[in-house]
Design a protein around this ligand. Structure first.
Ligand code: PAD
Ligand code: ZN
Ligand code: ZN
Length: 374
């Protein structure tokens, strides 16, 4: 290819500092080194986790930064010693990589990788790849998909079906897999069970989809934004509740509706209070609560330990408990085989130049997922 081995100048959305809008800039992306590939990002979704970083709510993030972690693209060039992928192949970047060698990767029960920025944030410093106006620009989770071209380590992408529509399967890079995997994989929702889903954004609605595929008999969707209810019902929710419509706590409402509590509850908002509400909504003796939402790093959770002593299980789920290299290609083929709904999550599509408009839609509660295209 014409660009192989050369620095590429391309468009990216740079966040120069927390609390400011994105600036569309020309950035330089170097050629891939050994064990790396360079990818042309075709489509990328906007996730609430990006918005948390815009507002400085996550620890250990350095600015300026290029965000974006829910993308899909086409391999432009391949560094030395990379096997199993060639220019032209379609890939999904993995914000949670899979090195296959660390103690977590080797554990079949875990999907964490000790090479991820969540485990080893200092590793990111050595790997800054972008420059803009002579300055080094930090990356998000080693993938930064709000750039037309990005560099990926060989452990941080999954090769997918050549026929996959990138402006849909990009959601498998974060929101869809996180929600769906939390239901079918982390909670292991059983047929005939009852579920409560707190927060009906891209993640929560994907939990609803997962609970439905797993055969739950009752899926109770909870949100303070009633405009989310129609889509939740379309995707499988049997009941929709707005906590503001009740003069008793939402966990009491849920317990009264379900004979003492649900089998599975999921927190997909990122509020520590809602996490406790979700835990309390699960049935004593056998209920499981899964925390998915990301809370500001300054917030701490506090609850009566009796809630656990009486037989509830509290779990967390990062990327739906999925090992990306193995699970993402399979999720894409399952999508192509129409095993689950996903297109319904896309409410808006915008060019990357309108990224700030995309974030405004999220803030206003008007979008589920906005797809940005280059
Ligand atoms: P979103 O903002 O699209 O959805 C959140 C929903 O919660 C919205 O519909 C809100 O109206 C609703 N909500 C807000 N406050 C309340 C409340 N008090 N009670 C009920 N509902 C409320 O976000 P998203 O779906 O993109 O992400 C959800 C969370 O999951 C967020 O914290 C994000 O950072 C986190 C996340 N975690 C992972 C992971 O791997 N664990 C991956 C991706 C996203
Ligand atoms: Zn995300
Ligand atoms: Zn690993």
């Amino acid at each position: 290819m014409e660009t192989t081995g050369k620095v590429i100048k391309c468009k990216a959305a740079v966040l120069w500092e927390a609390g400011k809008p994105f600036s569309i800039e020309e950035v330089e992306v170097p050629p891939p080194r050994a064990h790396e590939i360079r990818v042309k990002i075709v489509a990328t979704g906007i996730c609430r986790s990006d918005e948390h970083i815009v507002h400085g709510l996550l620890s250990r993030i350095k600015y300026p930064i290029i965000l974006g972690h829910e993308g899909a693209g086409i391999v432009e060039s391949v560094g030395e010693e990379v096997t199993g992928v060639k220019p032209g192949d379609k890939v999904i970047p993995l914000f949670l990589p899979q090195c296959g060698k660390c103690v977590c990767c080797r554990n079949p029960e875990s999907n964490l990788c000790l090479k991820s920025t969540i485990s080893a944030p200092q590793a990111e410093d050595e790997k800054i790849k972008f420059t803009c106006k002579g300055k080094l620009i930090n990356r998000m989770a080693q993938i930064s998909t709000f750039s037309e071209y990005t560099i990926l380590d060989e452990i941080a992408f999954a090769k997918i079906d050549d026929n996959a529509p990138l402006d849909r399967v990009c959601l498998i890079g974060c929101g869809f897999s996180t929600g769906y995997g939390s239901a079918v994989n982390t909670a292991k929702v059983q047929p005939g069970s009852t579920c409560a889903v707190f927060g009906l954004g891209g993640v929560g609605l994907s939990v609803v989809i997962g609970c439905k595929v797993a055969g739950a008999s009752r899926i109770i969707a909870v949100d303070i934004n009633k405009t989310k209810f129609a889509k939740a019902k379309e995707l499988g929710a049997t009941d929709c509740l707005n906590p503001q419509d009740y003069d008793k706590p939402i966990q009491k409402v849920l317990k009264d509706m379900t004979n003492g509590g649900v089998h599975y509850s999921f927190e997909c908002i990122g509020h520590v209070d809602s996490m406790v509400d979700a835990l309390e909504s699960s049935h004593p003796g056998f209920g499981t609560c899964v925390i998915i939402g990301v809370a500001p790093y300054t917030d701490k959770i506090s609850f009566d330990p009796m809630l656990l002593l009486t037989g509830r299980t509290l779990k967390g789920s990062h990327f739906g408990g999925l090992k990306g290299k193995i699970s993402v290609p399979k999720m894409v083929s399952d999508y192509m085989a129409k095993k689950f709904k996903l297109d319904e999550l896309v409410t808006h599509t915008l060019p990357i130049n309108k990224i700030n408009e995309g974030f405004e839609l999220l803030r206003a509660g008007e979008s589920i997922r906005t797809i940005l295209k280059f």
